[in-house]
Design a protein around this ligand. Sequence first.
Ligand SMILES: Nc1ncnc2c1ncn2[C@@H]1O[C@H](COP(=O)(O)OP(=O)(O)O)[C@@H](O)[C@H]1O
Ligand SMILES: [Mg+2]
Length: 152
Amino acid sequence: MRAPTAEAMRAFGARLAAHLRAGDLIVLSGPLGAGKTTLVQGIAEGLKVRGPITSPTFVIARVHPSLTQGPPLVHADAYRLGGDLEVDDLDLDASLEESVTVVEWGEGLVEGLADDRLEIHIDREAGDEARVLTVRAVGPRWADTPVDRLEG
Ligand SMILES: Nc1ncnc2c1ncn2[C@@H]1O[C@H](COP(=O)(O)OP(=O)(O)O)[C@@H](O)[C@H]1O
Ligand SMILES: [Mg+2]
């Protein structure tokens, strides 16, 4: 899948959000500046949760409550983990069941939280603004979700 612009990336997130529900875990990977946070902004828009979605500098996990009756979005950025703070300290499992949880830089860290998860890898396309997304659905939860047909 291809997101030619940041706007397209957010639109993809919003379309994906229509398929998300409480208990879902999404793990985002890809280099700095790939567009992980931009994708979360689109998911937040689609879920209709309170913003803004930013790249947290000091706060590593943030809860964005729903503006309607939907699940909250828990947005975590594991980039700075590994020192004194470990993924367990984020206490994501406490909120997982009632939230949609999206973790940037979570690969290799948060898989143990849920047997079912969506793994999205984002890469830059050489010499272009476009990004390439690779979506991998793990577990039966996603069996009926057309994750590979969310292209705009
Ligand atoms: N196609 C695209 N998809 C996502 N972001 C893009 C795209 N083209 C340009 N950008 C820009 O690249 C930057 C991505 O930053 P960010 O989402 O914070 O990345 P990350 O969270 O992966 O470090 C933003 O400034 C965004 O506007
Ligand atoms: Mg980010």
